[in-house]
Design a protein around this ligand. Structure first.
Ligand SMILES: O=C(O)C[C@H]1C=CC(=O)O1
Length: 92
């Protein structure tokens, strides 16, 4: 199952820089593990924003929720999910 996910990162401006660096490093490691596993096949930066557009390829809504809620940045993100279905005009 494919999902389009938009993540807008909203880190507090007064966050301790070392805490911020630790969370961002853990987020990178977590996301790269999921990318290597094929669960997160697309990750794109939105130009000019601390936001991304991602495609997740998972087996269920519950799995997606588990992966997203495990993101180290999860407490600091607004996340919007769009489930994707096959378009009837798509050439296969
Ligand atoms: O920077 C972001 O868009 C947030 C998040 C997604 C992957 C990652 O490494 O950080």
């Amino acid at each position: 199952m494919l999902f389009h996910v938009r993540m807008d990162v909203r880190l507090p401006s007064d966050m301790d820089p070392s805490v911020r660096a630790d969370i961002v490093a853990r987020e990178k490691a977590y996301s790269q593990k999921l990318q290597r596993e094929g669960k997160w096949p697309h990750l794109w930066r939105i130009v000019g924003e601390y936001s991304n557009i991602s495609i997740f390829d998972v087996n269920s809504n519950d799995e997606l929720h588990e992966l997203l809620s495990g993101l180290p940045l999860f407490p600091y993100m607004d996340i919007r999910v769009m489930p994707l279905a096959t378009h009837p005009s798509k050439v296969s």
